[in-house]
Design a protein around this ligand. Sequence first.
Ligand code: ATP
Length: 251
Amino acid sequence: MTDDALLRLDGVSAGYRGLTILHDLGLRVAEGEIVALVGANGAGKTTTLRTISGVLRPTSGTVTYAGRSTAGLRTSELVAAGLVHVPEDRALFGPLTVAENLAMGAWRRRATAEALEEAYGLFPVLAERRRQTAETLSGGQQQMLAIARALMSGPRVLMLDEPSTGLAPKLTRAVLDAVRAIRDRGVAVLLVEQNAAQALAVADRAYVLESGTAVLEGGGAELAGDERVRRAYLGLSGLEPKIGRDEDGRL
Ligand code: ATP
């Protein structure tokens, strides 16, 4: 895992204007796996994705993608290299149609018929609504469009920020099924979710983030069965809000 990681963070610290949010964060994403980042509100999940995608710069540590440090690379260069971030607000072009949004996602290459077919195959509702403007879609359909648009650029790593936010349970299941299907096509997915139960159910591996650092790592099913995770994040007893490290920094 350490050597074949497609994306890795080593000792990353980052934040906003002098406010450090991520502290010595390390994580790995290998080719074709779903890795979930779970943690409470404000734990630094979104900040992690922003740091990977070049919106924020690490103040220390390194982000390595496909064997190369991302330092100095612009977000557009990272997208061109296959590292693509779907932000929580989805950032769709509201007045443009579904088909036009998908075409925009393919900006670095032609929107091939195959790529479009794949996107529509993954989300058939988008095919039915291809001539409808994005702003008139439901929240779930907009989330599907945001993911489908990201796929049009041919990513190797897809980073999804809270794709289930605001969605009804049925649509959430549809989105998470699509995440599995995307992984099965060989794309690695880094999934940020506040709904830890859902994220762990779909993840091959996961990290629990607290105060900007990874306090636990393991298989999705393994973490879902971990007593500390169950208490702190799966709403079992709520007795222990934190997992934490001891004073020597051990988990
Ligand atoms: P949430 O689920 O609430 O988005 P999160 O784990 O994704 O939680 P982040 O959004 O990464 O957490 O936020 C981590 C911390 O960084 C929070 O304390 C937040 O207030 C702060 N923060 C986020 N964005 C900014 C910003 N643009 N400027 C300053 N502080 C920020």
